[in-house]
Design a protein around this ligand. Structure first.
Ligand SMILES: Cc1cc2nc3c(=O)[nH]c(=O)nc-3n(C[C@H](O)[C@H](O)[C@H](O)COP(=O)(O)O)c2cc1C
Ligand code: SF4
Ligand code: SF4
Length: 291
């Protein structure tokens, strides 16, 4: 039996979960194809989703994972799902699962969106995992949220997720319905759901470089998950088309403070979100398995 695990992980947490899941499947003698969207040259910056999708091998189960940005599953992941070929009985099974990581504040409607889009391409989502993880933006300020997560604390949930999916695929425990119907109410819980793409473009601080401080190490270029940063005349710079996902990796990893990103910019949603979190130190949401 074979599982294909596709994931996007700008800052690494979703990737960690993907690897935990992969190890569990291998432990149970399943074959695994891990397909990482992050930094993939077909996808970024060219957006050649079909070329990426053509690399998906035939499988009995498809898992899709990504981070929650502004209450949504990241649009790069949703874009990929909408382009998947319809499920068939030969190589693309209709069995699916979803996993998301979020920075303590909320997993939002990410799982519900993924199920809905997977449903449109003929997949049934049997289970989903929502994992409380380090808030990547909070790495840059003095009150890190869910620092170091996910780690061993999530392994039990991962095990339950994997074992349950295997039972469903093996027909040992097959529910009448997939989880999509259980999640439709999620949308009602977020009446002011923002258009993530618009918020990203209009409300997040842009990055700039202070070339006086830059020592041309290119760590920022290496850490950019969407290959938006390139080297020009020896210095890092942005591509003309803005595909920045505002993950803050470049800011966090630059050893010389040469990446400038004003997290306290008035138009920024970052601080609003994080301030909300600070008021409730235990956070609003915890990891959970939906099945
Ligand atoms: C632009 C942006 C928006 C985010 N929005 C949310 C959010 O709505 N809720 C939340 O709990 N975490 C939010 N986060 C935190 C990420 O979901 C979290 O750090 C996630 O684990 C990142 O996954 P990755 O490490 O695989 O990139 C946001 C992070 C960024 C950069
Ligand atoms: S990480 Fe900082 S110092 Fe290194 S190339 Fe990028 S901006 Fe320059
Ligand atoms: S430019 Fe910086 S903030 Fe934007 S996607 Fe790349 S690493 Fe993330």
């Amino acid at each position: 039996m074979k599982v294909v695990i596709i994931y996007f992980s700008p800052c690494g947490s979703t990737g960690k979960v993907a690897n935990f899941i992969s190890k569990d499947f291998e432990r149970l003698d399943w074959e695994v194809q891990l397909l990482n969207m992050t930094k993939d040259l077909d996808l970024f910056p060219n957006g050649d989703f079909l070329k990426f999708i053509n690399r998906i091998e035939s499988h009995d189960l498809l898992l899709i994972g990504g981070p929650i940005y502004i209450d949504h599953l990241h649009y790069n992941v949703l874009d990929l799902i909408t382009r998947l070929p319809k499920a068939d009985d030969i190589s693309h099974s209709s069995n699916a699962g979803v996993f998301t990581t979020f920075g303590k504040i909320t997993p939002g409607v990410g799982t519900a969106e993924a199920c809905k889009e997977l449903g449109k391409v003929g997949r049934k989502t049997w289970a989903a995992l929502e994992v409380d993880s380090e808030h990547c933006v909070s790495r840059n300020i003095d009150y890190p949220i869910s620092e170091g997560l996910p780690g061993d604390e999530v392994l039990e949930l991962v095990k339950d997720f994997v074992e349950y999916l295997i039972k469903v695929v093996d027909d040992k425990e097959r529910p009448l319905k997939d989880i999509e119907s259980k999640l439709v109410s999620s949308f009602a819980e977020f009446p002011n759901l923002a258009d993530e793409r618009l918020v990203t473009i209009n409300s997040f601080p842009d990055i700039e470089f202070n070339y006086d401080l830059c020592e041309q190490c290119y760590i920022c270029v290496d850490k950019c998950p969407v290959n938006y940063l390139v080297i020009k005349d020896g210095y890092p710079t942005m591509l003309p088309d803005d595909i920045c996902v505002h993950c803050t990796n470049c800011l966090y990893y630059c050893p010389n403070g040469a990446v400038v990103m004003d997290l306290y910019d008035k138009k920024s949603f970052y601080m609003k979100q994080l301030a909300k979190q600070k008021l409730e130190p235990d956070g609003i949401s915890i990891s959970r398995l939906i099945k």
